[in-house]
Design a protein around this ligand. Structure first.
Ligand code: ATP
Ligand code: MG
Length: 293
């Protein structure tokens, strides 16, 4: 299988970074480099990071940049091959047998096969991106199975034969790191840890995503969110919360709430845990004091 080095127009990390920005995804240089290398070398991209730092969105944006459909495999505890690869449609097979009477029915014909994400991508490697989301939620057995898939890009369907990708699929895995992934799985990937963005980058993200928000509001929210993340919270605000807090405060302000009162009133879109809210309440004034909007 040829190394993927000819993704149209994406011939450098900077080119990918620019294209992602065009898809409203603001990537730092390191993420753009990891993404570029993953595409250029034909290796899966493994993105790890805290909740809400933009892992899933990165995969969607890469799909958009490549003009490909993102096929998402959401992992969960107990996920197995039938959820990931394919299943036979038993009810339809039974029905067909019953309707056929004495006639012969090929119950392993393609139209009885229910394609799941991995098979779908193997069959359409040039028009899809496979997103294996939150792989840390699956168990070790499934990880071993993934490993095999990512090595050969082929699967064997006992009843019909082997399906092999005609080109190397683009694969992006995400993990919240609730557990360590297997060394062998990491080795097959280009790895990038997505950190919370720096202040400038996060303000740019808000501006890219929230059309109603003024730059100084974005700066103020980013400054406040960065302080919140330093606190021992159960659920520190992710980038999505920064965006929503900016939008919500802007809305309340437009309806008459003054700054920084608008931020305080909209706090429920930034912090969504009762204990966190109770913990922060006494400090919120001082956090907001310093952030002029
Ligand atoms: N770099 C970015 N550029 C533009 N938008 C971003 C960026 N990072 C995050 N976002 C925004 O934040 C939201 C949350 O990101 P996303 O769902 O990708 O997080 P995640 O890391 O997958 O979180 P989780 O671990 O909870 O699944 C996105 O819908 C998007 O609006
Ligand atoms: Mg996600």
């Amino acid at each position: 299988m040829a190394v993927r080095n000819s993704i149209v127009g994406i011939d450098s990390p900077g080119a990918l970074q620019g294209a992602l920005a065009g898809a409203q995804y603001i990537a730092g240089e390191e993420l753009a480099t990891a993404g570029y290398l993953s595409l250029a070398l034909g290796k899966p991209l493994l993105l790890e990071g805290a909740p809400g730092v933009g892992k899933t969105e990165a995969a969607k944006a890469i799909g958009a940049v490549l003009g490909r459909r993102v096929v998402r495999l959401q992992c969960f505890e107990g996920i197995d091959a039938s959820a990931a690869l394919y299943e036979w449609n038993y009810p339809r097979q039974m029905l067909a047998i019953r309707q056929a009477g004495e006639e012969y029915v090929n119950i392993y014909a393609d139209h009885f096969l229910l394609e799941r994400p991995m098979l779908e991508v193997l069959r359409n490697p040039d028009s899809t991106v496979l997103l294996i989301d939150e792989v840390d939620r699956s168990d070790h057995e499934f990880e071993a199975f993934l490993l095999e898939f990512l090595s050969d890009f082929q699967i064997s369907i006992p009843e019909t034969g082997t399906v092999r990708a005609t080109a190397r699929p683009v694969v992006i895995l995400t993990s919240n790191r609730t557990r360590e992934l297997h060394e062998a799985l990491r080795r097959r990937c280009v790895y990038h840890w997505i950190d919370y963005p720096g202040a400038e980058l996060e303000a740019q993200i808000v501006m890219a995503r929230a059309s109603t928000v003024a730059r100084k509001t974005a700066d103020a929210v980013v400054a406040a969110v960065r302080q919140l993340r330093e606190q021992p919270l159960v659920k520190p605000p992710g980038v999505a919360e920064t965006i929503e807090w900016s939008e919500a405060a802007t809305l309340l302000n437009s309806q008459g709430a003054p700054w920084p009162e608008a931020f305080r009133r909209a706090i429920g879109v930034a912090l969504k845990d009762h204990d966190d809210l109770e913990f922060i309440r006494p400090h919120l004034d001082s956090i907001l004091q310093g952030v002029a909007a």
